[in-house]
Design a protein around this ligand. Structure first.
Ligand code: ZN
Length: 272
């Protein structure tokens, strides 16, 4: 509460472009905040409710302590993590060819699909034996189609050139080894990782906005808020700026926001 009073003292005529305001409050009632996070609905995933609760706990701890999310917790989410919200927004951003902050791996992935130099790749494939092609198809399906950067595709191609002249068994072995390495690399640093981070970020974003709105409800003078977006936010978020929203409306807007949304709410006070 003190945080927001402090804020009003300094600024009650906010500009839409600036986002200097820190959105996290002091969280004086940690238990209440914890319960609030636990109540956040995360639908359309293939994660167990136990794991989702554990993730929420991790988000809570990270907000309270100001520390990053524990990397081990990210690793507990399986790489075949399904999340409808991510898929929905992936399609929207792809269609618009506009990728927000925190979606860089997804962006690289789509760019690679577009720029994939099929011809030279096919030339290399044609120089391999039938068995190698079958083997590669399986591996490529698992790795390359999910790859995102052009650079990585180039590296795979270069690798194929290197193994071309080797004996069949050695080729086979090198291919296996190489693709296992890529698979692990991709899982650790690529899109699956990004998607997992976006899940944490979404829970965090909803939790903080809910907490802020709860604070505002306790202050009679605040009936409305505006949505504050970072200057580099996507056009989907920008649509919500420069308008007044009731506290309930604002909450609904955030919950339908995209994963990785960095919008916050800013109280509006007409006059004293
Ligand atoms: Zn956005």
């Amino acid at each position: 509460m003190g945080f927001w009073n402090q804020l009003f003292g300094k600024e009650n005529n906010p500009t839409h472009e600036s986002s200097n305001v820190k959105i996290s409050g002091p969280f004086t009632d940690k238990n209440k905040f914890y319960l609030r996070i636990q109540r956040i609905q995360i639908n359309g995933t293939n994660l167990s409710s136990e794991l989702i609760n554990k993730i929420k706990k991790g988000v809570f701890e990270s907000i309270i302590t100001g520390k990053r999310i524990d990397g081990n917790l990210l690793d507990e989410i399986p790489d075949d993590f399904q999340w409808d919200d991510y898929d929905k927004w992936f399609a929207i951003f792809k269609e618009a060819d506009e990728w927000p902050y925190m979606w860089s791996e997804s962006k690289k992935y789509t760019q690679t699909l577009k720029e994939f130099p099929l011809k030279s790749f096919n030339e290399i494939i044609h120089s391999l034996t039938k068995e190698e092609i079958i083997n590669l198809t399986k591996k490529l399906d698992a790795v390359l189609t999910k790859q995102k950067s052009t650079k990585k595709v180039e590296l795979v191609q270069n690798f194929l050139i290197v193994i071309k002249g080797k004996e069949d068994l050695i080729k086979q072995h090198l291919i296996e080894e190489h693709f296992n390495w890529w698979n692990n690399f991709w899982r650790k640093f690529g899109m699956p990782r990004e998607k997992k981070k976006l899940l944490f970020h979404s829970i965090q974003g909803i939790a903080i906005i809910e907490e802020n709105l709860a604070d505002f409800r306790n202050l009679d003078i605040i009936k409305e808020v505006e949505i504050d977006t970072p200057t580099d936010s996507c056009s989907f978020c920008k649509k919500y700026t420069k308008k007044r929203y009731s506290l309930n409306q604002a909450f609904n807007i955030r919950t339908i926001g995209h994963p990785g949304c960095r919008c916050s709410v800013r109280p509006l006070v007409d006059s004293f």
